[in-house]
Ligand binder design. Sequence first.
Ligand SMILES: Nc1nc2c(ncn2[C@@H]2O[C@H](COP(=O)(O)OP(=O)(O)OP(=O)(O)O)[C@@H](O)[C@H]2O)c(=O)[nH]1
Ligand SMILES: [Mg+2]
Length: 425
Amino acid sequence: MFIDHAKIYVKAGDGGPGCMSFHTEKFVTNGGPDGGDGGKGGDVVFVAVAKITTLQSFRFKHKFVAPDGAKGMNRKMYGRGGEDLEIAVPVGTVIRDIDTDKIIADLTEDGQRVVIAKGGEGGKGNMHYANAVRQAPRFARAGMPGEEKNLYIELKLIADVGLVGFPNAGKSTLLSVMTAAKPKIADYPFTTLEPVLGVVQDFDTSFVIADIPGIIENAADGAGLGHDFLRHIERTRLLIHVVDVSAADGRDPIDDFNAINDELVKFNPDLAARPQIVVANKCDAASEEEIEMFVDEVKALGYEDIFVISAAGRIGIQELKDKTTELYKKLPPVVIHDVITDEKKVYTLEKEDQFTIKRDDSGAFEITGTWAKVTMESTNFDDPDSLSYFQRSMISAGVIDALREAGIKEGDTVRIGDLEFDFVE
Ligand SMILES: Nc1nc2c(ncn2[C@@H]2O[C@H](COP(=O)(O)OP(=O)(O)OP(=O)(O)O)[C@@H](O)[C@H]2O)c(=O)[nH]1
Ligand SMILES: [Mg+2]
């Protein structure tokens, strides 16, 4: 199958909570706050590894969770950070966020690493919250949650050689005689509806040929089927341009040849500049003069590698195969950068002040989300300082404004986790 894919869930580690503690030592009374920070949660990192060729390893394992950061400790000691979780995938893996439907990474090179989910920052220990007025802060901050994502990962086999040409030129027939692939072949245009790959094995060398649907005039602007599929051959090292020299439907082979090249330029000039082997196919159905004229004209255009073949009659196939292998071995792989549609490779941490307000059946306003979780875990409700921090955070995070917008009135109930209180203007 052309595409290998899997759906997985990844979660980065949560940040460890900050520590609330006071310095203790013999003969020292009322030591200052010395609670250290929590460690950062581990990131989820994807790494492209050339040795791996399939997404097989994701068949049974769908959940990947990086370790959390450890909690901060007394004596100003930081919690240990969670280790990053590395997930190895083949080169050619494209990662899409299912919830936003955006491609977030396209791994094209061996060793390429992309952070897909960021670990949460550790919470601050109480040593940070001492000031002239508040000498004994009895609270510390909770760690931030790690990012979590539902991903669709897909392996796009990277074809080394692309077959291009008009519909019905004989591309699929050629693929079927150069490789073990069995594409559909028929005497009408647009037989091939989606790309078919075949592997050429020529002694010690093997490479992948992609047969794509036929291209027609204005394909680069969306005519026919070919346009969508030109993308699949963007990374090929060379193209085999198949032309029907028999001019069966009253067409001129050289016009066909030029028309396809024009479409390639329009689609992507880089692709048009790729080395081309020109194949004059269906020589069994063409006259000597027709063939000679075509070959001469193509030569005059500056092309050197021209093969007169009959794909269906298996004439001239081995020579074509040898030339393709020779060129393939000589040409460097094509690397495409900048295919990531999202602005950034790495998602930034979700805002600490994210929350949702919902009104339940009893009329109470319920607040959920990251803000609610982190704030609840960070607040010591027995401590006046911590409580006033909580109140300030309600204002600075925009919770109070949002409640007013949601229509809250004096005396209405507000619920955050286990906490319930009446709203006072
Ligand atoms: N006479 C003759 N017919 C051929 C030759 N090669 C292919 N054909 C015929 O040409 C027709 C089209 O062949 P395909 O291989 O399906 O052509 P294609 O380029 O893949 O066409 P699309 O998939 O529609 O773009 C079929 O009927 C083939 O049998 C050849 O060398 N000689
Ligand atoms: Mg075909």
